[in-house]
Design a protein around this ligand. Structure first.
Ligand SMILES: [Zn+2]
Length: 164
């Protein structure tokens, strides 16, 4: 089990955290909206997707690490991969049935539904990562200390949160 550490004595800045970091619908929409257009959920300006299957290690604008200090950070993105893949699949099947009813091309549907099921996890890949990052920022807002840590530790890859 991970050791939990409270705020450090003498660094009491976290107590003065600003209101925009609260867990609200507006903030969630903003973070997920940025994630949907594949921008940094934190600042909305930087690019975080390097290629279809690869994330930049850091946001090009604000500098936050896309893995936010944990090696297995993106394990949680698998949840979004399942949700988005299944959503795409269901939308395709139901959409085709509704549009073509009653002359539904069942043979076509059978073949393409299977192909889509195989391809969907790859098609939605970049969004699974950015949406997961947005969820993490929603729950664990980026603090000034964290941003400072990124600035001061450009080349480090170990956990910025737990070690402080
Ligand atoms: Zn950013």
């Amino acid at each position: 089990m991970k050791e939990l550490r409270g705020p450090q004595v003498g660094q009491g800045r976290s107590a003065r955290r600003k209101d925009p970091e609260e867990l609200g619908l507006g903030r969630a929409l903003k973070l997920y909206g940025r994630a949907f257009i594949l921008r940094c959920p934190h600042c909305g300006r930087g690019r975080v997707v390097q290629s279809w299957f690869r994330m930049h290690p850091r946001c090009s604008a604000c500098g936050i690490r896309t893995e936010r200090g944990e090696e297995d950070f993106f394990l949680g993105s698998m949840m979004f991969n399942i949700i988005l893949s299944e959503g795409l699949f269901v939308a395709f099947v139901i959409g085709l049935i509704v549009i073509r009813w009653p002359a539904v091309p069942w043979d076509f549907l059978e073949t393409w539904a299977i192909l889509l099921m195989v391809a969907a996890p790859f098609l939605v890949f970049p969004w699974t990562k950015t949406l997961w990052l947005a969820s993490d920022i929603l729950i664990r807002p980026v603090t000034e200390e964290e941003l400072r840590w990124y600035e001061e530790n450009q080349d480090r890859t170990i956990r910025p949160f737990e070690e402080r």
